[in-house]
Structures are given as structure tokens and as C-alpha cells.
Design a protein around this ligand. Structure first.
Ligand code: ADP
Ligand code: MG
Length: 241
């Protein structure tokens, strides 16, 4: 099997005036299709910076990033936009749903941007909502301020899934949720992974990271550990938050 992600010596340096900060200091790792990877580390260790690079929202200062065997640095803006829209689904801590439109419209929007014909959108939208664990249609016409935090995050997961991306990238997806709701969101990730989806879960919380099958630990912009989580699926799901 070929890696879905291959990073070789990724460096990211931010420049603000005379001040240069190297936030990622030469990261190398590969991810294979179907992995459930957690990237963890304390606040400021470079997790979100790495997520932006993996999601092609930002580019590395040096090093090579290959996504599905393609060198990202050689892609045109159109190709990058296509990847963001169709190959990668994003879930963020702060949900990022549009507050004034319904659940259905929020989940449907990426389909519209990807040019999926109007007639095909409802069935795809419903399927994504079901996969994300929102199967009660009474929620579909609500706006996000009429939903609980856990429901909102599941709508955000549905939106991230709607274009059937190869990779789901989640940055602190449980950060704004209470324990129980966070647990439900992590169970949703486990189910998506069971059906073969590649998941990259970014978290500062080791208990959240313990839900993944592989854990990469970052410290101060370096990988200090990259190891398999040997516990069974059942044990991982039961990890208390
Ligand atoms: P984490 O997500 O692990 O908390 P980040 O990737 O957000 O860490 O940030 C890592 C470090 O990079 C922090 O010290 C942060 O201040 C710094 N950083 C992030 N973005 C920028 C930027 N645009 N300019 C300068 N420094 C930045
Ligand atoms: Mg962060």
C-alpha cells in the first residue's frame, strides 16, 4: 500500500519583521490509508501549524509534502483548492458553522462549491448527516444556535464528510465539549475509521489521543515519539476523557 501522506523534513519558519520563529523543525513521517492517527503535544508545540500544512491551508518553508503521491509544492492554486474542497475534510474546535442557515444548508454548502448538481445534493447531505450521527430529521431545519455543542460538532463532521474526502483532519474537535459529548464525537471518529476513512486527530489532551491507533507526540516543533497504540478498539473507545 502507498502512503496517503508522506512528509520529509518539514520545516516551518514564521517571519515577523526581524523575528524569525521556527515552529516545525524537520518533521518526517508517513500515513497510510485507513490509519487513525493522533498528533499530540502541549500548547505551542506546533500542532495547528502542522495541521495547516497537512490540509494545504499553508505551505512549509522547506521539506517535501506528498499527498496521495503528489508533491504539494508543485500544485497550482486550482489543484490546491480542489484538494481542500474534495480530498480533505476539516473539523475545528470552534465548529465554524454558519449561524444563520440551517443544518441542511451548512452541510450542503461544500457540495455546492464542488459543483455537485442541485438535484443530487439532498441525498448526499442526508447520508453525511447520518454517518456523523445526526439521524433525527427534526434537527435538519434548525440553525446552529438551536442545537447543543455536541450536535453542532456532529453537523460540522457531516459537513467535513459530505464530499467524501480521503482524509478527515480534526484540530481539537473536543476542545469546546463536555466530557460526555466529547466521548460521543470520538466514537463517531472511530466508526468512520472502522469504515476505512483516514483520520488525523490533533489534540493537546493525552486521553483524547488514546482513542487513536497511532500517536505522534510533538514537543517544541519536533517529533519525540511515534508509536502504535496497542490497545483494542473497545479499550480505546472506553478511555475516559
Ligand atoms: P499548537 O497548536 O500546538 O498549540 P501552534 O502550531 O498554534 O501550536 O503554534 C506553535 C508556535 O508557533 C507557537 O509558539 C505560536 O506562537 C507560533 N506561531 C503560530 N503561528 C504563528 C505566526 N503566524 N507567526 C509567528 N508565530 C506563530
Ligand atoms: Mg492548536
Amino acid at each position: 500500500m502507498k502512503p496517503i501522506i508522506a512528509c520529509a523534513n518539514i520545516v516551518k519558519t514564521f517571519v515577523n519583521g526581524d523575528v524569525k520563529t521556527t515552529v516545525l523543525k524537520g518533521l518526517s513521517f508517513t500515513v497510510f490509508p485507513g490509519e487513525f492517527l493522533a498528533i499530540t503535544g502541549p500548547s505551542g508545540s506546533g500542532k495547528s501549524t502542522l495541521m495547516h500544512i497537512l490540509g494545504v491551508l499553508d505551505s512549509p518553508t522547506s521539506g517535501q509534502y506528498q499527498l496521495e503521491q503528489n508533491d504539494v509544492s508543485k500544485m497550482t492554486d486550482n489543484q490546491l483548492a480542489e484538494i481542500r474542497s474534495k480530498r480533505i475534510g476539516f473539523v475545528f474546535q470552534a465548529f465554524n458553522l454558519l449561524p444563520r442557515i440551517s443544518v441542511l444548508r451548512n452541510v450542503e454548502l461544500p457540495l455546492m462549491y464542488a459543483g455537485v448538481p442541485r438535484a443530487k445534493r439532498p441525498s448526499i447531505t442526508h447520508r453525511a448527516l447520518q454517518k456523523a450521527g445526526i439521524d433525527d430529521p427534526t434537527h435538519y431545519h434548525k440553525r446552529s444556535n438551536q442545537l447543543s455543542g455536541g450536535q453542532i460538532q456532529r453537523v460540522a463532521i457531516a459537513r467535513a464528510l459530505v464530499n467524501d474526502p480521503a482524509i478527515l483532519l480534526a484540530d481539537e474537535p473536543t476542545g469546546n465539549l463536555d466530557q460526555k459529548t466529547g466521548q460521543v464525537v470520538l466514537e463517531t471518529f472511530q466508526k468512520l475509521n472502522d469504515s476505512g476513512r483516514t483520520i488525523i486527530l490533533i489534540t493537546h489532551d493525552q486521553y483524547v489521543a488514546e482513542h487513536a491507533t497511532r500517536i505522534i507526540k510533538l514537543r517544541d516543533g519536533c517529533i519525540i515519539e511515534d508509536s502504535a497504540n496497542k490497545r483494542s478498539a473497545e479499550e480505546r473507545i472506553k478511555t475516559r476523557l
